[in-house]
Design a protein around this ligand. Structure first.
Ligand SMILES: *[C@@H]1O[C@H](CO)[C@@H](O)[C@H](O)[C@H]1NC(C)=O
Ligand SMILES: *[C@@H]1O[C@H](CO)[C@@H](O)[C@H](O)[C@H]1NC(C)=O
Ligand SMILES: *[C@@H]1O[C@H](CO)[C@@H](O)[C@H](O)[C@H]1NC(C)=O
Ligand SMILES: *[C@@H]1O[C@H](CO)[C@@H](O)[C@H](O)[C@H]1NC(C)=O
Ligand SMILES: CC(=O)N[C@H]1CO[C@H](CO)[C@@H](O)[C@@H]1O
Length: 376
């Protein structure tokens, strides 16, 4: 990772500049701490395709250790730090701010996280039309105090962090240039069909831990979307139509009770689907709902399934623990078994069901010949 990227990401993690100056190894420790945060045992695929795009040396941080830091430029708001050797970044995080200071025009990266900011007043970003990242997470921003046009001049904005706030709606309109939108841990309850219209470059959308009951067809048009996280909401239905580039779909901890037939056909690149802790029954599923050849991992644990739904022979990980499954149907994995036809399943979890070990059919090893873990 390049220096600039490390600095930019470090800004999000609320290290202070004092730390940077004291310890020339701070970045190493930062990387190590990052590693442990990502070390989630539930997440076997630490998949981070959204590294800040390779970033030219133009405004590299290159902090000269040993020499006294030059004075801060005069346009820097007094509440904030504007490191002279990184002239496009402004750090105003973790300092009990109640209001957003005006952002000077040269800024591209601004960090306001972990304060007590409750509003985004009209005009605050009007001069900073080159902004690429805005970090506002960990504040108390409410939807009625977000200026109607605050984001309208930001034609280059790529990352917007508004997670861990008090929002009840998705701010609108949003810059069409956005690539990452973080809105998780708010109180958003509804996503209107046009809320995300025109976000043609959006690759990751984080809406988990909200109170969303319905998203309608709002996701369908997001043609670059790769990751959609709607977990920990109150959804009873899956979104109407999935984006065609989607690879990761997280819907765990909702109240979804059915998934339409051929639902995943519209997303031929889908790799990971998590639907654990929902209300799925076999009646709510068509026979080929999950038989989608791109899927590598499917988590259907903690639902109310009584049978193993048919899956593609390409599937590698299938989680079905905590259901009411009472038979081991090998036909759910293999319709034909011979030298050339078998399942690629490696991990199958069936523990916490109503099934006995002896229910494993004799021909199971032939079909599931790659399985390294089968838990019953
Ligand atoms: C915003 O930009 C205008 C025009 O460049 C300038 O006159 C004004 O002082 C700027 N405002 C602030 C608060 O920096
Ligand atoms: C935001 O939510 C928190 C926790 O729910 C609450 O304590 C706080 O008063 C709220 N702030 C505003 C400005 O509504
Ligand atoms: C989307 O990204 C492409 C390529 O990076 C860029 O040319 C285009 O202007 C972006 N679209 C918007 C609406 O910013
Ligand atoms: C999955 O669908 C394919 C055709 O796309 C079919 O050949 C196969 O038998 C199906 N698998 C199961 C387990 O029903
Ligand atoms: C259902 C299935 O995958 N059938 C395949 C079994 O293997 C033969 C080759 O031996 C293929 O032609 C079939 O399509």
């Amino acid at each position: 990772m390049q220096w600039a990227s490390i600095l930019l990401l470090a800004g999000l993690c609320s290290l202070s500049w004092a730390q940077y100056e004291e310890d020339s190894h701070w970045w190493f420790q930062f990387l190590r701490s990052q590693q442990s945060t990502y070390d989630d045992p539930y997440d076997p695929y630490p998949y981070e395709p959204y590294e800040p795009y390779p970033y030219g040396g133009e405004e590299g941080p290159a902090y000269a250790y040993g020499s006294p830091p030059p004075p801060e430029p005069r346009d820097c708001p007094q509440e904030c730090d504007c490191p002279p050797n990184f002239p496009t970044a402004m750090y105003c995080d973790n300092r009990n701010l109640k209001y957003l200071p005006f952002v000077p025009s040269r800024m591209k990266y601004v960090y306001f996280q972990n304060n007590q900011i409750s509003s985004i007043q009209e005009g605050v970003f009007d001069n900073a039309t080159g902004l690429l990242w805005i970090a506002l997470h960990g504040n108390q921003i409410t939807s009625d105090k977000v200026g109607r046009k605050v984001f309208s001049k930001l034609r280059h904005l790529e990352r917007l962090y508004l997670d861990h706030n008090n929002l009840t709606r998705i701010p609108s309109p949003l810059p069409r240039s956005l690539r990452e939108l973080h809105l998780d841990h708010n109180q958003i309850s509804r996503v209107p069909n046009n809320a995300l219209e025109g976000l043609e470059n959006l690759t990751a959308l984080y809406l988990h831990h909200n109170e969303i009951q319905e998203v309608g067809s709002s996701m369908r048009g997001l043609r670059s979307l790769i990751l959609l996280d709607l977990s920990y909401n109150h959804l009873r239905k899956v979104p109407d139509g999935l984006p065609s580039a989607l690879e990761q779909l997280y819907l765990e901890h909702n109240n979804v009770f059915s998934v339409p037939d051929s639902y995943f056909r519209g997303s031929p690149k889908l790799l990971y689907v998590r639907l654990s802790h929902n209300s799925l029954t076999n009646n709510g599923l068509a026979s080929n709902t999950f038989n989608s050849s791109s899927l590598l991992e499917l988590d259907l644990s903690y639902n109310q399934l009584q049978k193993i739904p048919p899956v593609s022979t390409n599937l590698e990980n299938l989680y079905l623990q905590g259901n009411r499954i009472n038979e081991f149907s090998i036909s759910s994995f293999c319709t034909v078994v011979d030298v050339m036809n078998f399942s690629k399943l490696q991990v199958l979890r069936l523990d916490g069901n109503e099934i006995k070990r002896s229910a494993m059919p004799a021909d199971a090893p032939l079909c599931l010949r790659l399985a390294s873990l089968i838990e019953i």
